[in-house]
Write a new protein. Structure first.
Length: 444
């Protein structure tokens, strides 16, 4: 067990109380802490020296594997050269270089990049860009946002309004008004489907129903994750995203892909946009952009939308009243640039595409276990849903603790285990992940 008080550098009980942990059961954790001390490549290490395979790339961030020296050296050098500069009215070369490097990967035409510090900030930023574009075009009445059940769009107030997971919403009152949710795409007939399901494209017509009910001319934007990630890997039914694109075009609605998880190779292509052959108007990203080594997110925007806003601004005045003190932070840009080099050098996206079929087979091989209720997979992401026991989510929570104790880290949501290893994973890593999950699920 790696959670004893005496072990390694796990702090004493009295030292664990002050840090209020995010999205965590604080009382339980502080009774039985499960800590990490260091990480390298595909593995985490506990304070008492146990080695755990990282089956969720930390939290979908660490595409290139942990502790890449190229990144830490770049960040160190940057902090010794230019540690900080005001991002408003002043520039530094790293921000411009990283934006240029990022647009080598975004879909053609999506070549304007607004930097932020997290996925949540990228979502709220995209909402503001959408509102601003419509206002400048003389369509300020477009204020409704459409999202989807089971969606996760971060935790800022805009993202919470878009959210489709009840626990992320229920405590926070009415929040933003004017946000409506399409049905999710988890149809019972699509259980145990590998990749994109054949059925369910017609669920995109929910958007049409909202156009008919609220007036398509009043809708600003539709937000979807190309594959719902945090809820537990829901790939889009074939034709679903195309249909959303079509309805958006017919009604002048902006389509936003939230690619905070699906971006940067996770779907086997640069972004979900390319994997599914549908180009949005705005695209949010974070996580693997810096390999998780520095906090950073971004919104990629079609040039014509950037032009709409900037052309309308005064010659010497601010065009878009939005930005963060740490937007395009020099250290985050340095990490991002180093990561762009790694994407090329390590062929991370090609590797993800090549490994995906093997990964899918390994995950679906767990289907015979009696506790498994569904398995979904696409690219280098999969979810194994277990039958609930002891209330929704209780069994999933218990399993992720058992897995930690059996030397595997993953993210669980409710009763779904989400597997999304670093894109450097070799076949033997995939095998190790599958066999450790099998061991634990066989105990139940
Ligand atoms: C699709 C999506 N959007 C937004 C976010 C929020 O990102 P962050 O936690 O960096 O704020 C996440 C986080 O997992 C996400 O999966």
């Amino acid at each position: 067990m790696g959670h004893s008080d005496k072990a390694g550098k796990t702090p004493a009980q009295s030292q664990l109380q002050q840090f209020w942990m995010p999205f965590s059961p604080n009382k339980e954790f502080k009774r039985e802490p499960r800590m990490f001390e260091r990480a390298e490549g595909m593995y985490f290490y506990t304070p008492d020296g146990r080695k755990l395979i990282d089956a969720s790339a930390g939290l979908f961030c660490v595409a290139a594997g942990h502790c890449r020296p190229e990144i830490s050296e770049a960040v160190y050098k940057q902090l010794q050269t230019l540690d900080f500069t005001a991002p408003f009215l002043r520039g530094h070369s790293g921000a411009f270089e990283l934006a240029n490097r990022v647009v080598e990967y975004t879909p053609a035409g999506m070549n304007r990049i607004f930097f932020v510090n997290s996925g949540s900030e990228s979502v709220d930023t995209a909402m503001k860009i959408a509102l601003m574009v419509h206002r400048v075009r003389g369509q300020a009445q477009r204020q409704i946002f459409i999202s989807r059940e089971r969606a996760y769009h971060g935790v800022n107030m805009g993202g919470v309004a878009l959210a489709g997971m009840v626990n992320n919403r229920r405590a926070y009152g009415v929040g933003l008004g004017g946000v409506y949710h399409m049905r999710h795409t988890a149809l019972p007939e699509n259980k145990f489907v590998k990749g994109q399901p054949e059925t369910g494209a017609e669920l995109a017509d929910d958007l049409l129903r909202f156009c008919n009910l609220y007036g398509g001319e009043n809708i600003a934007a539709v937000f979807v994750e190309p594959t719902a990630g945090s809820f537990g890997c829901l790939p889009p039914p074939k034709g679903y995203l195309n249909r959303l694109r079509e309805i958006c075009d017919q009604n002048g609605i902006l389509l936003v892909f939230d690619e905070v998880i699906t971006g940067w190779g996770r779907m086997g292509e640069n972004f979900g946009a390319q994997a599914f052959g549908v180009t949005p108007d705005l695209l949010t990203m974070a996580k693997a952009l810096t390999n998780g080594a520095q906090p950073m997110g971004a919104v990629a925007v079609k040039q014509e939308l950037y032009d709409v806003i900037t052309d309308a601004g005064p010659e010497r005045g601010i065009e878009f009243f939005h930005g963060y003190t740490y937007s395009a932070h020099p250290a985050a840009c340095a990490a991002g640039i180093a990561m762009m080099d790694i994407f090329k050098k390590d062929r991370l996206i090609d590797r993800a595409r090549e490994m995906s079929p093997y990964f899918a087979e390994a995950m679906h091989s767990l289907r015979d276990l009696p506790v498994v209720a569904d398995i979904r997979s696409i690219g280098m992401m999969a979810a194994i849903e277990v039958a609930p026991a002891g209330g929704p989510g209780a069994r999933g929570h218990d399993i992720q603790k058992r897995l930690y104790d059996k030397a595997l880290h993953l993210k669980s949501t409710g009763d779904s285990l989400i597997i999304a290893p670093p894109l450097i994973a070799e076949k033997h890593h995939v095998d190790e992940i599958a066999s450790k999950i099998r061991d634990v699920l066989s105990e139940l």
